[in-house]
Design a protein around this ligand. Structure first.
Ligand code: 13P
Ligand code: SF4
Length: 301
């Protein structure tokens, strides 16, 4: 059945001139089927450069929105329309406008985990892979950072700029407990500890590397260490094992799972290709404004 499904998807992909993009947190069988698996930054770049007519986005809604904004002439499909990011919903346009009025001299940096409406209100977007470079590229001394308070604090600790935080957080990463990391460090004293910048400052303070998913894969490949304690969504285990099959990856808290990322199934991908739905549409005026923040990010070296 699985093989048949995969064959059907491959056939539909050819028929519709489609490409399948997957985030690292997707179920393993979805990652295995995808034409490209990556982090938010890599996925944005793929979406901006593909010549396919249809993009099937296996991720959450803000990611598919980014693809639709960067490739307005393509059909962008999100196989499971309810797959959202609760953190992205924690910041409102009204709230952000109020903060902008209070700090008119600040640049607004939005994490890619935001709606198109928030991106449209921001000066520049960033991802976990480029957040420090993005903030460093700005002339302003004052930064409003939305919506992740943990990533904002990660930036504040590494820059001399003033960073105004928004109190959003990722329930999965923020749920990683310092005690759990501490126990794992005791149990695996030789291990390198790498955690995502969405983790709490307490957890970040215990890590050898605070870095996004692609950065973790690079370290796994390059470092001499054989064992790694990993603080991110457990879906990354699949790509880590492929990147460094002879190394050991300890996920100290197995409940660091993003339920929304796990909603995509092969059946839904097939149905999405058959019906060319659910399609992600971003109103043109909003997309034009949000595109500025995304394109500005893509120019940062
Ligand atoms: P990355 O950009 O590191 O892949 O992270 C996206 C995300 O949603 C993390 O929770
Ligand atoms: Fe959002 Fe967290 Fe899921 Fe990433 S892991 S999509 S930040 S809820």
């Amino acid at each position: 059945m699985g093989c048949e499904l995969v064959a059907d998807i491959e056939r539909l992909k050819q028929e519709k001139n489609a490409i399948i993009l997957s985030h690292f947190y997707q179920p393993a069988e979805v990652q295995d089927l995808a034409d490209y698996v990556g982090d938010s930054f890599g996925l944005s770049r793929q979406a901006a450069s593909t010549d396919a007519d249809v993009i099937v986005f296996c991720g959450v809604s803000f990611m598919a929105e980014v693809a639709a904004i960067l490739s307005p002439d393509k059909s962008v499909l999100l196989p499971e329309p309810t797959a959202g990011c609760p953190m992205a919903d924690m910041v409102t346009v009204e709230g952000l406008r109020t903060l902008k009025e209070q700090h008119p001299d600040a640049a607004v940096v939005c994490y890619v985990n935001t709606s198109a409406a928030i991106k449209a209100e921001s000066d520049i977007c960033c991802t976990s892979a480029n957040v420090l470079k993005v903030v460093g590229s700005l002339p302003q001394q004052k930064i409003i950072f939305v919506p992740d308070r943990n990533m904002g604090q990660f930036v504040a600790d590494r820059t001399d700029k003033e960073v105004i935080l928004w109190p959003g957080y990722c329930y999965a990463h923020d749920g990683l407990q310092a005690d759990t990391v501490s126990k794992a460090k005791q149990e695996y004293p030789q291990a390198l500890v790498m955690v995502h910048p969405e983790c709490s400052p307490e957890v970040a303070g215990m890590a050898d590397y605070v870095i996004g998913t692609t950065g973790m894969l690079d370290i796994a490949r390059r470092a001499d260490a054989k064992t790694f304690v990993v603080g991110t969504e457990t879906g990354l285990a699949h790509a880590l094992k492929q990147a460094a099959p002879d190394k050991e990856f300890i996920f100290p808290q197995p409940n660091i799972i993003c339920g929304n990322m796990k909603k995509t199934t092969l059946e839904k991908i097939k149905s999405s290709l058959e019906t060319l739905s659910p399609k992600i549409m971003v109103p043109l005026d909003l997309a034009a404004k949000a595109r500025l923040a995304l394109e500005k990010m893509l120019t940062v070296k």
